[in-house]
Design a protein around this ligand. Sequence first.
Ligand code: AMP
Ligand code: DBH
Length: 542
Amino acid sequence: MTITPGVDAPTWPEEFAERYRAAGHWRGETFGGMLRDRAAAHPDRVAVVDPAPERRTWTYRQLDERADRLAAGFTARGIGRGDRVVVQLPNVGEFAEVVFALFRIGALPVYALPAHRDTEIAHFCSFTDAVAYVIPDVHAGFDHRDLASRIRRRTPGLRHVFVAGEPGEHTALSDVPCEPAEVPTPPRPHELAFLQLSGGTTGVSKLIPRTHDDYLYSLRGSNEICGVDAGTRFLVVLPAAHNFPMSSPGWLGVLYAGGTAVLCPKPDPATAFPLVESERITMTGLVPPLALVWTDAAGQSEHDLSSLELVLVGGAKYSEQAARRLEPALGCRLMQVFGMAEGLVNYTRLDDDFETVVGTQGRPISPDDEIRIVDDAGYDVPDGEFGHLLTRGPYTIRGYWRAPEHNARTFTADGFYRTGDIVRRLPSGHLVVEGRAKDQINRGGEKIAPEEIENIILAHPGVHDVAVVAVPDAYLGERTLAYVILRDGAATPGPVAVKRFVRERGVAAYKVPDLVEFVDAFPQTGVGKVSKKQLRTTAEQL
Ligand code: AMP
Ligand code: DBH
């Protein structure tokens, strides 16, 4: 099935597309073509390093050849242009091989996170009509092959499960490649390259349709701002599927520039610091809680971190106090990044003064990123005042994939994305994130839609009603608290049973509520809805 932009998701009106092309933002490149060009220009440079358990490397030529052979193998198995393939791989070299193979044939990776379980994966596979699902064998003690077997039983359209490692009853990824054959029709630059996940505010994650043209522009812009070049050695610490480590500037940005991406199997200093030393890492990206851990650990570490030049921190608000400590502790520059998989990415700049770097979340990549900050009634507020951030631009989507009703609420009639973030703008154009209007919890950079967890808890026979809210947390920024009203007379669960119930439903572990409190009633707003604002205030006093 061919994905036609504008059919499965709204796309940019032609006048905007023309403007972005004329400005040189959209250059008519594709991911498949990009890798081919880099492999021709510098075949023997190392593109990807997977250090564990044995160090494996891919030169640009090897990655290009491997992508061709895998693309041929996928094609021989009937996977073609526009088909969706759920990719749930941790930070392993196969991630790059698989997605470049899919890019080459115009099949669309759907990026699941390693933490996702039955509920999320079943949704991604059925909602996207996925034809294939790519997994590791066992990761972090969890057997993904069993998960895949369960998903296959529920999802008849899923024709293939490919395993990086021991395949069990599925197909080994290593058995897929065949002799390169002509790919029937390669994708075109304005077509979709993949579906990225949104953190979401609703019961299920929305899918974010990104095109070759728009994403490659965000990489090029990010590389310029961050100073990524062929000498960059980037450590992929966060899950490679997440938009931040993928594109800000991330491992795809680094491959665009001809540098080297080193895949870190775990984010803790005990794993990462030896790799910084041995791989002479120059750049990485961290979420705020991890940046705190790294900052604290650096003082006691015997590892030589002197190759580090730049650490990006984003995904959630980084406290100014913590930000002040990073540069002296790690001996490198800090850059804050405030981005979203829907598009817009803001960075502080290398030539910003220290107070701007520690006190703001940066300014947009592109001169054509349009920013509006509006009050509740939708009127623009003056610089310096708080308001809702709306944005439109050359790499910000015009709508989620197959979600017309949600799109009607989340995008303005003239195409601005309502980010749900409350920000203020300084005269320099830098944004300061002050809060959030959307019903979402940001647990150290991992986004949780309260509605999704509420729906799960409501299925418990002992539960009458539930409201999930954020509680402030010194380390994670926010944690989750489920306020539960029990059903009269029913066998009543305790907090541990509620958490177990959520876990057993098969969701990512980070979504299991950190705290459960039982109450008799919820505070109400004037119109009789549950007042989450009031609940959050109560939670802060716990
Ligand atoms: P998503 O839409 O799931 O990709 O998540 C993007 C959201 O993460 C943004 O809309 C913000 O709410 C949040 N976010 C990302 N970076 C930052 C940051 N540096 N400071 C505060 N919030 C952030
Ligand atoms: O939180 C995010 O989604 C995010 C943070 C920083 C992001 O998508 C990005 C940079 O590109």
